[in-house]
Design a protein around this ligand. Structure first.
Ligand code: NAP
Length: 266
């Protein structure tokens, strides 16, 4: 399917690995120039080298949660590409734990990277899309924004807020030709799972102590996910690319569930 986005320009945050890297590649394979963003410069440059064979890619190292970063990221995209049509707010991670085990810093750090950065990037990017009379925003959320799991309280409260922001913003900018959607992601095998989720799963399943991380993910996915497997970054990238494309002309304000049918994954 031709997504009809050849020649457009995108920002993908959190694109040095995992889902964001797969989204950047999918967009580039459809002829989009992409500015990839993440904090670790070395990993970001490695991702840029990996992506270079698919088309025009530029990199900007930034912490999306720092004040002023959103404006600088958008400025960088305009400097490189002369325009901005697509914004994929993907940077972030999970925080495993309930309210009582979490700290004020956990809450603030997660809110800054997931929600505040998203608000700032939308605010900085939308005027560029309004100039084109065309824009697409995709916000990475979690299935827990729809079906909250107390074992991931902060992540899921913020995901619900992302879904709400997505809906309201979609209504605000619909007349400008800008469509805004979210993806309610289930368990997808990435570094995020290895670092933030597997240790929490292990705490509840001491009988799996001898299993490798990959086997723990396979077991918990088979148990919790109706289709019987964890997602792969490319599963999410395909949906993000469609939502970010001209072939999507009628879906806006929605949170697409992409979880293999699971309503929780821990
Ligand atoms: N994987 C899942 O099962 C799952 C489930 C639900 C929702 N999600 C959401 O999907 C998104 C992508 O997840 P993933 O699994 O692909 O994660 P990942 O593999 O851990 O990759 C996260 C990416 O975000 C970047 N990043 C993190 N904090 C950042 C910050 N403050 N500023 C700029 N970049 C930052 C990381 O690079 P640096 O560390 O170098 O900055 C990396 O490129 C996240 O928002 C996550 O919450 C994932």
């Amino acid at each position: 399917m031709d997504l009809e986005i050849k020649g457009r320009a995108a920002i993908v945050t959190g694109a040095s690995t995992g889902i964001g890297l797969a989204v950047a590649r999918e967009l580039m394979e459809n002829g989009v120039s992409v500015l990839i963003v993440a904090r670790d410069q070395t990993r970001l440059e490695a991702a840029k080298r990996d992506l270079a064979s698919f088309g025009n890619v530029q990199a900007y190292a930034a912490d999306v949660s720092s004040a002023g970063a959103a404006e600088k990221i958008v400025e960088s995209a305009i400097r490189h590409f002369g325009q901005l049509s697509i914004l994929v707010n993907n940077a972030g991670r999970a925080h495993a734990g309930g309210l009582m085990a979490s700290t004020e810093d956990d809450w603030n750090d997660m809110a800054n990277v997931k929600l505040t950065a998203m608000r700032r990037l939308c605010k900085a990017g939308i005027p560029q899309m309004q100039k084109n009379g065309w824009g697409r925003i995709v916000n990475m959320s979690s299935i827990g924004g729809i079906y909250p799991n107390p074992k991931l309280l902060i992540s899921h409260v913020l995901s619900a807020a992302i879904n709400n922001l997505t809906k309201s913003l979609a209504l605000e900018v619909a007349a400008d030709g800008i469509l805004v959607n979210a993806i309610g992601i289930g368990a997808v095998a990435t570094d995020n799972w290895s670092f933030n989720m597997i240790p929490a799963v292990r705490r509840t399943r001491p009988e799996w102590n001898d299993l490798s991380d990959d086997d723990v993910l396979a077991r918990i996915s088979a148990e919790k996910t109706p289709i019987g497997r964890a997602g792969e970054p490319k599963d999410i990238a395909a949906i993000a690319a469609f939502l970010a494309s001209n072939r999507n002309g009628f879906v806006t304000g929605d949170t697409i569930e992409a979880s293999g049918g699971a309503d929780r994954f821990m």
